[in-house]
Design a binder for this molecule. Structure first.
Ligand SMILES: NC(=O)c1ccc[n+]([C@@H]2O[C@H](COP(=O)([O-])OP(=O)(O)OC[C@H]3O[C@@H](n4cnc5c(N)ncnc54)[C@H](O)[C@@H]3O)[C@@H](O)[C@H]2O)c1
Length: 370
């Protein structure tokens, strides 16, 4: 198969769809990989690295898209890229179609096979292509929170680990899933005092075991959230209700009762945020103040660490790329129920019910078409 890897165009997106290691594995398996020039540069992979791994470097996005049977990306195409869509093209990337009507219409009109990272499932029903980015964002949340706590950044000037004779900072984590667990790991490593709240008591039991009692767990309810946030130095929001907007667990009133200079990192902002006072921000202007509390609400946190994020993402996506390249999209969809779940558009038909519902369109299951 001919596989194309264009340079990402979305604002501040610095990851790339395939690494040189992936190119080598695809080339060894007899596939041809076209990499747009400079595609990996921001993730610290040069054109030379790709060339040595067996890729052909292509001068323009047009040539990369036009010559490829499958295009592997990171973020959903932006409108400039719609012109490259054509019947039968396989597009494997994050698509997040529900709110993106224009992109959905363009994929349908051009009869593109759109396979979305975020809806591919593994045998356990989990979403394996979302997990690595939650791991990155969870670990990063403590790092950015620590920076925001510095006086220079509007914070209350607390060192999370404390020093001998001075208490460590208090981190409150909402949600004990992938983001929350990874945040807890880094927070405890720094020596902070950490309280984690989740609705799922079994998850709290597991975390209590995993962290051998070093983590304080609390059942999530508005009483406990109000008390915990009021005395927190750093609050990390990592809750998720799959398929729904994040619940606003921390109300405006709770924020007003937090310590001045405390920090909120709302990782769940990509699902609307779990803090009432949060709104999406970007890496170029990541934080703002409400009631003296610093809010960091960047929707694509992993883009700040593109080398790690690209490696983590492609570790997870690559086995699927290889399978689709080996079998062709149709056969891969027939053989692998998880890949079939990833298909959002096929032959001009919307095949993902949740996207259809969000856009008030009709859909047909992919199983009826392939
Ligand atoms: N901003 C970014 O760059 C970025 C990057 C990656 C992930 N995310 C987002 O982070 C969020 C969390 O992702 P995840 O992978 O950890 O999800 P997850 O499903 O692994 O974990 C979510 C946890 O939230 C808990 N939860 C649900 N309702 C709750 C409540 N009322 N109180 C307390 N806990 C509750 C669940 O029980 C679960 O343990 C998602 O919205 C995800 O999209 C954002």
């Amino acid at each position: 198969m001919i596989i194309g890897v264009p340079k990402e165009l979305k604002d501040h997106e610095s990851r790339v769809g395939i690494t040189p290691a992936g190119v080598k594995a695809l080339s060894d398996a007899g596939h041809k990989v076209l990499v747009e020039t400079h595609a990996g540069e921001l993730s610290a992979f040069s054109d030379d690295d790709y060339q040595h791994a067996g890729a052909e470097i292509v001068g323009s996005a047009y040539d990369t898209w036009r010559s490829a049977e499958m295009v592997v990306k990171v973020k959903e195409p932006i409108d400039k890229e719609y012109q490259y869509f054509r019947p039968g093209l396989v597009l494997f990337t994050y698509l997040h179609l529900a709110p993106l009507t224009a992109l959905t219409d363009a994929l349908l009109a051009a009869k593109v096979t759109g396979i979305a990272y975020e809806t591919v499932r593994d045998r356990t029903g989990a979403l394996p292509l979302l997990t690595p980015m939650s791991e990155v964002a969870g670990r990063m949340s403590v790092q950015v929170g620590a920076t925001c706590l510095e006086k220079e950044h509007g914070g209350r000037g607390v060192l999370l680990g404390g020093v001998p004779g001075v208490l460590p900072g208090h981190i409150v984590i909402l949600g004990g899933g992938v983001v929350g667990t990874n945040a807890a790991k880094i927070a405890l490593g720094l020596g902070a005092r950490v309280t984690l709240l989740d609705l799922n008591l079994n998850r709290l039991r597991e975390l209590d075991d995993i962290f051998a009692g070093r983590l304080h767990t609390l059942a999530s309810n508005s009483y406990n959230i109000a008390r915990a946030t009021a005395e927190a130095d750093l609050v990390i929001g990592g809750v998720l209700i799959p398929g729904a907007a994040a619940p606003k667990l921390v109300t405006r009133q709770m924020v007003s009762r937090m310590r001045k200079g405390a920090v909120i990192v709302d990782v769940a902002i990509d699902q609307g945020g779990c803090i009432e006072t949060a709104h999406p921000t970007t890496h170029s202007d990541p934080s703002f103040l409400v009631d003296g509390v610093v809010h960091y609400c960047v929707t694509n946190m992993p883009a700040a660490v593109p080398n790690t994020s690209t490696l983590a993402l492609t570790n997870a996506t690559f086995p699927y790329v290889l399978k689709i390249a080996r079998l062709g999209a149709e056969q891969a969809i027939r053989e692998d129920a998880g890949i079939a779940e990833g298909v959002n558009t096929y032959g001009g038909t919307l095949t993902y019910a949740a996207v259809a519902t969000a856009q008030k369109k009709s859909s047909r299951p992919i199983g009826a078409l392939v």
